[in-house]
Design a protein around this ligand. Structure first.
Ligand code: CAA
Length: 265
């Protein structure tokens, strides 16, 4: 997600600092970004791009001059809270601190700082460069300045921002996560093949890709983790990850990123 968001920034002509945990990962992300943007030039979708706008680093200190920071680290509350406390120390006092969390509470992340008014949710969808939506999430103490800045930045990236509040799953995941869980339950209940379920939802409900293809794209581990987080908050049975997905996650069948999920890649 981080690389996808950085790609959008470079495409929009914004000076961007990409912070990764190792230079090797940062360089690999930069290569992917250059590849996708080069394809867009070849296809006539954009005239040009300046990859020099993307500076790579492993150090958080390099974020000191940024107007806006978009965090996309692991979906663990403790890790995010520690990072936001660190960002508050490093970044300018007027910098907006955004989280791309999909299932954690923005309010709880903001509570790790002493300036929660500048913390906001900017939730992108996978794959970030292709999906038009970004949810701009107002936490309990988000100030108007940070909220409006995040909304405007979403527009500047060419996205379609929507406004919402910090409720479990925000808008889209509140609907999509139980829906995908239902799809997986139907696999066993209706004894339907993976390919047929995917064909059913594509050709009978107009989905751009089947639910199993989509789960492989998002990552089975990411989806299970988000389901568990939403189930913990809402206690709605449909939010709980189906055992079949938990077993896949435990077996390392994570989808595209591991080479195998519902499909082999
Ligand atoms: N950046 C730029 N271009 C990219 C790219 C990227 N990261 N990834 C792929 N592309 C390119 C492809 O290479 C392709 O270009 P080429 O012509 O050069 O090959 C081009 O984009 C189009 O690719 P596709 O042919 O695969 O595109 P498509 O028309 O089939 O659409 C899709 C792909 C947009 C993903 C579409 O299938 C879709 O909308 N699927 C549903 C996705 C979805 O529901 N996402 C939400 C997931 S839930 C979530 O994200 C929530 C969460 O919190 C986890």
């Amino acid at each position: 997600m981080g690389a996808g968001i950085a790609q959008l920034c470079v495409e929009a002509g914004v000076d961007t600092v990409g912070r990764e945990v190792s230079m090797e990962l940062a360089e690999r992300a930069q290569e992917r970004i250059a590849h996708f943007l080069t394809r867009k030039v070849e296809k006539g979708q954009i005239e040009s791009f300046e990859i020099e706008r993307l500076a790579l680093t492993t150090s958080l200190d390099e974020l000191a001059d940024c107007d806006l920071v978009i965090e996309a680290i692991v979906e663990e509350l403790g890790a995010k809270q520690a990072l936001f406390a660190e960002l508050e120390r490093i970044c300018r006092a007027d910098a907006v601190l955004a989280t791309n969390t999909s299932a954690l509470s923005v309010t709880e992340i903001a509570a790790a700082t002493s300036s929660p008014e500048r913390v906001v949710g900017m939730h992108f969808f996978n794959p970030a460069p292709l999906m038009p939506l970004v949810e701009i999430v107002r936490a309990e103490l988000t100030g108007d300045a940070a909220f409006d800045a995040a909304f405007s930045f979403g527009e500047r990236l060419g996205k379609h921002p929507i406004r919402c509040h910090d409720t479990p799953g925000f808008v889209v995941n509140r609907v999509l996560i139980p829906l995908l869980n239902d799809c997986v339950r139907v696999l066993d209940e209706a004894r339907v093949a993976v390919e047929d379920l995917d064909a059913g939802m594509k050709h009978g409900a107009g989905w751009p890709m089947g639910p199993c293809e989509l789960l492989d794209l998002v990552g089975i581990d990411v989806h299970v983790h988000a389901s568990e987080a939403l189930y913990e908050k809402t206690r709605e049975p449909r939010m709980a990850p189906p055992p079949r997905l938990v077993a896949m996650r435990n077996a390392g069948l994570l989808g595209r990123k591991s080479g195998r999920g519902f499909y082999a890649y």
